[in-house]
Design a protein around this ligand. Structure first.
Ligand SMILES: [Zn+2]
Length: 450
């Protein structure tokens, strides 16, 4: 039976406060929200610790724990981040982005979806379990962190480096999953791709733009590099697509064709005509992707440039390391490799290179998740999915724990909205999703740690 109304209301209240706290990263100021969470825990006499990680910008992380008896696995709610991204265009919002407004059965505001509703429901589920005197077999940890949106140096990464004993758990639950993709399937994020951005510097011989015959032009060379990289097809790895299409119970013939390295390219081309979005997703799930997105050379129309560069967004599957990336870049560029130099764009403020990571769905956690959603979803399969962007869950996996993106979105959710509304104007989360996610966390802890 779902939890009563008052704790749902408490979760919504907390979510509104977290939005109003405006912990925009940069600069962060996340201690404000950590204190808000602490005061909720204090009300119930639950001990918590705040680790200050940057006093200049008022940043830090919060940890609370219900000790287990040592007879079962440990579970962590989090690492869940309280920082949010800035507002780029305030005029595009229908409401005050930091008002925490409730309108049309949604809570609106920056961070509502990414991922303050998870923070609020994890805190309240934790409080409820503690209040009921729940004695878990393994520890239940609540970890609220700063700085997920720009590298985690003051958040989950800091915790991993300074307090690995806290991060070292069997299971962790964070963003972003529990998304209905059709009436029968719910996505659980079990893996995430890595980032391996590169910069390619091109050279040329400077000269006058009026006499370009047989010139060596860095702008032209940059264009050739972009074309070669865009046309290159790295080998496919169908592991993640195999798990996904199996979970989706796709037609067996289609599955065979999708999961065969020889037929995959053809199927992707055909799929692209009817459903381009799905073709892009399936391609990203099976390949290292290479996208040359910034290209620059020269600054005067009458001068042949001697230098140029490109910035390349490269996303890797788990197990594809830097060596793999550089090997394929060399292969893509062929003879041109000797005329360029390749490095990492260290000066890029958005740089967050890190390897991909993943966790199998073990029978324990699968069953606990399946039970946890049964108040709202019956006969629905949990389908493992690899996300194309990174989250703080990778730091748990680094220490050997299994980590999943898992919340519970209401059945009316359009999966496309989740990606289009996060970091975007009119970000919002439905009241129903808050209620369902609260119940999911509460039930999963009860089931897994009983
Ligand atoms: Zn997030």
């Amino acid at each position: 039976m779902p939890l009563g109304n008052s704790i749902v209301t408490d979760s919504i209240d907390l979510l509104q406060k977290l939005i109003q706290n405006k912990c925009v990263n940069p600069p962060g100021n996340e201690l404000k929200s950590a204190q808000t969470v602490k005061s909720v825990l204090d009300e119930y006499d639950i001990k918590s610790t705040i680790y200050e990680t940057d006093s200049t910008n008022n940043r830090g992380n919060l940890v609370a724990k219900i000790e287990g008896t040592g007879e079962g696995p440990n579970l962590m709610f989090g690492p869940s981040h309280i920082d949010v991204v800035p507002i780029s265009k305030p005029t595009s919002w229908e409401v005050n982005p930091f008002g925490g407004v409730i309108k049309d059965e949604f809570v609106w505001g920056r961070g509502a979806l990414d991922m303050l509703f998870i923070v609020a429901t994890q805190v309240q589920a934790f409080v409820k379990l503690k209040e009921e005197g729940f004695q878990p077999k393994g520890d239940l940890t609540l970890l609220i962190v700063s700085d997920e949106e720009s590298g985690a140096n003051y958040g989950a990464k800091w915790m991993k480096e300074n307090h690995p004993e806290i991060m070292n758990v069997d299971y962790a639950l964070g963003e972003a999953g529990g998304i209905p993709i059709n009436e029968k399937s719910l996505l659980v994020t079990t893996a995430e791709k890595g980032l391996a951005w590169r910069r390619v510097l091109t050279k040329g011989i400077p000269g006058h733009g009026s006499t370009p015959y047989k010139s060596d032009n860095a702008a032209v060379n940059a264009g050739i590099v972009a074309k070669k990289l865009a046309n290159y097809n790295p080998p496919s790895d169908t592991k993640y697509l195999r798990d996904f299409t199996k979970g989706m119970k796709l037609n067996i013939l289609l599955r065979l064709l999708l999961n065969n390295k020889l037929t995959l390219p053809l199927i992707l081309r055909i799929l692209n005509r009817s459903n381009a979005g799905m073709a892009k997703t399936f391609h990203a799930m099976t390949h290292m992707t290479i996208s040359p997105n910034v290209i620059q050379a020269g600054n005067k129309t009458n001068v042949i440039p001697g230098e140029g560069f490109l910035k390349i967004d490269i996303r890797t599957l788990p197990n594809q390391d830097d060596k793999y990336v550089d090997k394929h870049l060399r292969k893509a560029l062929g003879k041109l490799t000797n005329k360029v130099s390749i490095d990492i764009p260290e000066d890029d403020p958005d740089l967050m290179n890190s390897p991909g990571s993943g966790s199998e769905l073990t029978p324990d956690i699968y069953e606990a998740m399946q039970n946890a959603i049964s108040d709202y979803y019956q006969d629905v399969r949990l389908v493992p999915f690899i996300a194309s962007g990174g989250t703080d869950l990778r730091f748990v996996r680094d220490l050997g724990g299994k980590a999943y993106g898992f919340s519970l979105f209401d059945p009316d959710t359009d999966p496309n909205d989740i990606s289009t509304l996060s970091h975007a104007p009119n970000e919002r989360i439905s009241l129903k999703t808050v209620e369902m996610t609260l119940n999911a966390y509460y039930n999963i802890a009860r089931e897994l740690l009983k």
